[in-house]
Write a protein that binds this ligand. Structure first.
Ligand SMILES: Cc1cc2nc3c(=O)[nH]c(=O)nc-3n(C[C@H](O)[C@H](O)[C@H](O)COP(=O)(O)OP(=O)(O)OC[C@H]3O[C@@H](n4cnc5c(N)ncnc54)[C@H](O)[C@@H]3O)c2cc1C
Length: 390
């Protein structure tokens, strides 16, 4: 099915194997509030590297897997079958960085990240600037041989396990004043402090929590600038495209697991002497879920194939938005139906349906909300004509 090559099937099988090893550990993680013992987390990371899954998105020249977009989707899809972020042990370092990194940045960040020795986090969103990244108020001021960074960033995912942060701010003063700049900040650094660590719907361990982080007069050498002054927004857009496709892929995996579990449960669970799978109302939930999964998978694979074939970047952007929008909304509907099929058990945290019901909600919010995706798609439809996009 889906016309996958031998190489595609091989990497898909390795990712599936890894996911199958992690799934039995989910309940313990859930009941321990997401915490995974450090040695277990390290073993998972080593296993991902061993299976050739870590940094699959990075070019081979810097030590990455050099996988096609389709292969990256196939890996992420399988990892999406796992709850509690256990599969985040398999990293996807910033694949946009090698093209713009200086030699020093390549040695200190890109290669170590590809080897699995350094992890990053993103400090972009602020209290008053989420969907509208243009509205950020964080500042980047040049002072001699250094930049001085100030700003308070929200939802900084994986801050506690990160070795460095990408900080985005607006240049204060100088000929590029008001433009965006992205800088790499080593962690820990003087002036970087956690304001607080809010609790979220999903149950993730401390390594992957999303604290609010203040950057107060943080000084970094000029060499920490990524690309040129004014480039900040273009990196964000490139990363958004990748992340949106990966959100879609994760949602496919989640929906596949949910469909499998609800089908098996419906066949087994007997009410009034017969399996609930024989009831029309339950059958409708099963059938709609698989049909929508099929549509989302076809769309996501096709989007990845278009990227691999070198489609126009704006077309890629719109198609990644469509894949993210459809797959994340599809997975939300499937999770809702799965909870319903499982009945009271669907409300118990020890069942995957309940965990996915909470965990999948954010897929419609981060990396651009569903409303933002619709506005991107509609904008491109008006500019290019719908026939160019789908
Ligand atoms: C768990 C989690 C982890 C995150 N991790 C990170 C991270 O690591 N780094 C980081 O920088 N950020 C991170 N984020 C931030 C995330 O990207 C933002 O929350 C998201 O982009 C939405 O921004 P917002 O929360 O400010 O909502 P808002 O922008 O305030 O949106 C509120 C509502 O208005 C709607 N809306 C906004 N603009 C439009 C529009 N143009 N048209 C129609 N409707 C619109 C939205 O769709 C939404 O319904 C994370 C968020 C969460 C929840």
């Amino acid at each position: 099915m889906y016309c996958l090559s031998a190489a595609d099937l091989d990497i898909q099988a390795r990712a599936r194997q890894f996911a199958d090893e992690l799934i039995p550990l989910e309940q313990d993680a859930e009941l321990a509030d997401g915490e995974v013992p450090a040695e277990q987390a390290a073993a998972h990371k080593a296993r991902a590297i061993d299976l050739g899954l870590h940094a699959a998105n990075m070019p081979k020249e810097v030590g990455g897997g050099g996988c096609t977009s389709l292969q990256q989707v196939l890996i992420t899809e399988q990892l999406g079958r796992v709850t509690n972020a256990l599969a985040w042990a398999c990293g996807t370092p910033p694949s946009w960085l090698p093209a713009v990194a200086t030699l020093d940045q390549a040695e200190r960040y890109v290669r170590p990240a590809a080897r699995g020795e350094k992890d990053e986090c993103y400090a972009i969103t602020e209290e008053g600037a989420g969907s509208d990244v243009e509205a950020i108020e964080a500042t980047v001021r040049r002072d001699g041989d250094e930049y001085v960074l100030n700003g308070t960033k929200w939802h900084v995912t994986s801050f506690y396990s990160a070795d460095y942060a990408f900080f985005q701010g607006k240049l204060a003063g100088g000929q590029n004043a008001g433009q965006h700049a992205m800088l790499i900040v080593d962690l820990p650094s003087p002036g970087v402090r956690v304001v607080r660590t809010p609790a979220y719907s999903h149950t993730l361990g401390s390594a992957h929590k999303h604290p609010i982080v203040a950057f107060e007069d943080v000084r970094v050498p000029l060499t920490q600038l990524v690309g040129a002054e004014g480039d900040g927004m273009s990196f964000a857009y490139e990363w958004f495209r990748f992340e949106r496709l990966m959100v879609a892929a994760r949602c496919l995996g989640a929906a596949e697991r949910l469909v499998a579990e609800m089908t098996a449960f419906a066949a087994e669970r007997r009410v009034s002497g017969r399996p609930i799978a024989e009831l029309g109302a339950v059958q409708a939930m099963l059938a709609d879920s698989l049909t929508e999964l099929f549509a989302a998978r076809a769309m996501t694979y096709e989007t990845a194939r278009c990227i691999d074939a070198g489609a126009d970047v704006k077309v890629q952007h719109a198609q990644c938005s469509m894949a993210k929008l459809y797959a994340s909304e599809m997975a939300g509907r499937v999770a809702d139906r799965a909870v319903q099929v499982f009945g009271g058990r669907g409300y118990m945290r020890e069942y995957a349906a309940e965990r996915f019901f909470r965990e999948l909600r954010v897929e419609r919010i981060w990396e651009g909300t569903s409303e933002v995706q619709r506005s991107i798609i509609a904008g491109q439809m008006i500019k290019r004509g719908p026939g160019q996009l789908a």
